[in-house]
Design a protein around this ligand. Sequence first.
Ligand code: BG6
Length: 508
Amino acid sequence: MADASTSVFPKDFLWGGATAANQIEGAFDEDGRGLATSDFAPFISREANRGYEGNPLPHNSMTLEMLQDALEHPENYNLPKRRGIDFYHRFREQLEALAGMGFKVFRMSISWSRIFPNGDDAEPNEAGLAFYDQVFDECHRLGMEPLVTLCHFDTPLHLALEYGGFQSRHTVDAFERYAETVFRRYKGKVKYWLTFNEINNVLTNPFTCSGVVLPDPHDGTHNPYKGNWQMKYQVSHNQFVASAKAVIKCHEIDPNAKIGNMLCRLENYAETPKPEDQLQVLFEDHFNWFYSDVQAKGEYPYYMKRFFDENDIHIEMEPGDLETLRVGTVDFVTISYYMTYIMRYKGETVPKPSGSLVTAIKNPYLKVSQWGWPIDPIGFRITLNHIYDRYHLPIFISENGLGANDQLDENGYVEDDYRIEYLRAHVEQLAEAIKDGVDVFGYAWWGPIDLVSSGTSEISKRYGFVSVDIDDYGNGTLKLGRKKSYYYYKKLIASNGADLSTDDIVME
Ligand code: BG6
């Protein structure tokens, strides 16, 4: 019988789920919260996008003109991240539902503009600080350790418009002050911190990731964010420094706390055994590893020099930056893992900047989600081994999950066997990785309660075990339901990952 006594997972393994302030909180203008870039990420329906196939309107990045228009006429836009799932008012009920599965950890983020409405105000907003006190207290009351991201895709708007987000060192200084403020306030309440969510996303979406707002290119593409490599690598540097400064402060203020990074992990396979395809894998790997290499090893990796030189990229550094990076390395590494990618040789002997997280090449051996994301549990084991081999640091899985168009009944229930299978298969491979010797101390399912999608701002891409009665336009009662997967995850957690059987799920 598979019970906790036969588990390969460490006894105090942190099972749980992950969220982000901008995708759950709502209350975007209450109790002194300032605006953030995420308040301007519209949901654009498939109908509205008809005719733009291959060149869709941006969901989660706005051009300067669109943003200014949305500031003046918000009524013309559907902005779901302003609503979230009303966690701000309903966090007790929502956390209780999650704790009902036996969660040991709840990953969440603090909304920077709730603490400093403009990002750089002279004094923090006490109402914002008090809100998170209540959330952390509630987590502890329910037996869940809060694991907190400092900045998850929601740069304060003022810093974005006045300073170009992380293009400016002013934003780095403001971030350091914000980090210091929350470390002091929540000392003893928060044991695990992360600096920036998916820091490597700056290469594809500097609006969302780094608060960079660019004017409309007027070339019909709606996308001024393509290319711009000089800017993106400078922003990366600035965020590395901001992250390292936060790590140093965290260690000074609370020696019992641990602080990690967060990488959108891209595992790449060669399309064929052709050495050229494998070379492309190496190049693409470097674009990805660059981020965790700097944050975990504390220096720019050797391979970036040639890449920067041959692509005419020049990083401006301030005196002391390299030392800051050296000292401010993370205590643990976290990743989001959703899928793997196929690489085909692009014909270059020196890597060129890469801007796509998703390759168009399909892997014929993998099924895909309804959103076209390849599902690859074995890739999960592979990637965990690669990370551990590279850093020898403890790993926390800060995101893994399946978004699906659930057909909920009137009780918010759905027989989501597809989600159960996704979870089962990934935990099975996670157990294999642990048996391989990889040091993993926690696993957080992305969106354990339905929330607003980051990429498309829709709610109908549901990830939750707990359903929320709300649609893409904000209609609904916000009543919570429990899907079949809720009871599966509960059983899995109760056995500390030993019982993966899908046959005997008890609905209670
Ligand atoms: C990660 C983000 O990229 O993927 C989350 O850290 C996001 O914020 C998640 O929600 C899933 O992506 P999406 O677009 O389906 O919400």
